[in-house]
Design a binder for this molecule. Structure first.
Ligand code: PGA
Length: 272
């Protein structure tokens, strides 16, 4: 079963101490889900991407829930070790319990100048290791969207970003479609437009690469009020949530709405 993804990107927020407090509230809120068989029946997977310094603290907390809560880093560098001041290796984040790595987030591209080629090398490095799945972020800015150039733009990002896996069989990949104009702006994509570009991305990857477990998720101003409409679209396999994930109660609600668990914290207990 291809599980839906509900992912939280904390960006540069929360110390390890704040992460502990966050999870105390978050886990309390999903108390009704604590039943293990309920977890296994859940058609959804939660992913948290805290800062590097909070990864190990987060790992210790989520370990008992590891069958449905996973960790991601917000970035990696492609070299294994060496003189790369300020960077972090794949081994280092795996050692802190990460199953995923966000690669090519638009903030990395636009603020830190990461090129498609650099992102492609990072994807190549992730697939050179075992046990880690990349969350490759793609998405156009407003100028390109206004000219209706989003498909061509994203196609180019996919082509360069995934160049190293051409002709290879890949078992797991998440692509996060995150239009720059929707990130942190309170202007999410319309669900129908989201469905269209997600369908395009899936079609493009299916036609040009060999990925078995592809999931295409949406990011950009996801909230409690738009999550259900987005998740109802067949090509939207999940969401990557920034600002609205920082409050544990709000993110818990987003998770419940996304996973189709309505009716408060005890909804799964009611199904027992
Ligand atoms: P946002 O961020 O939900 O605050 O728009 C999403 C992201 O950057 O991943």
């Amino acid at each position: 079963m291809k599980k839906k993804i509900i992912a939280a990107n904390f960006k540069m927020n929360k110390t390890d101490e704040e992460i502990r407090k966050y999870f105390a509230v978050f886990l309390d809120n999903i108390n009704g889900l604590k039943n293990r068989s309920s977890f296994q029946n859940l058609d959804a997977e939660l992913i948290f991407a805290p800062t590097f310094t909070a990864l190990c603290a987060a790992y210790k907390i989520i370990l008992p829930y590891f069958d449905f809560i996973k960790l991601s880093s917000q970035n990696i560098y492609y070299e294994k070790s060496g003189a790369y001041t300020g960077e972090i290796s794949i081994d280092m984040i795996k050692n802190c319990g990460c199953s995923y790595a966000i690669i090519g987030h638009s903030e990395r591209r636009n603020i830190f100048g990461e090129s498609d080629e650099l992102i492609g090398r990072k994807i190549e490095a992730v697939y050179g290791e075992c046990g880690l799945t990349p969350i490759l972020c793609v998405g156009e800015n407003l100028e390109i969207r206004n000219k209706n150039g989003q498909e061509k733009f994203v196609e180019n990002q996919l082509n360069i970003g995934l160049n190293s896996i051409k002709g290879r069989k890949i078992s797991s990949l998440i692509i996060a479609y995150e239009p720059v104009w929707a990130i942190g702006t309170g202007m999410p994509i319309k669900a129908d437009d989201g469905e269209k570009i997600h369908g395009f991305i899936r079609g493009y990857v299916d036609a040009n690469f060999s990925v078995e477990g592809l999931r295409v998720i949406y990011g950009g101003s996801v909230t409690e009020s738009n999550i259900k409409e987005l998740m109802a679209k067949p090509h939207i396999d999940g969401v990557l949530v920034g600002g609205a994930s920082l409050d544990p109660k709000i993110f818990c609600n987003i998770f419940k709405l996304a996973a189709g668990l309505y009716g408060g914290a005890d909804m799964l207990t009611a199904n027992k």
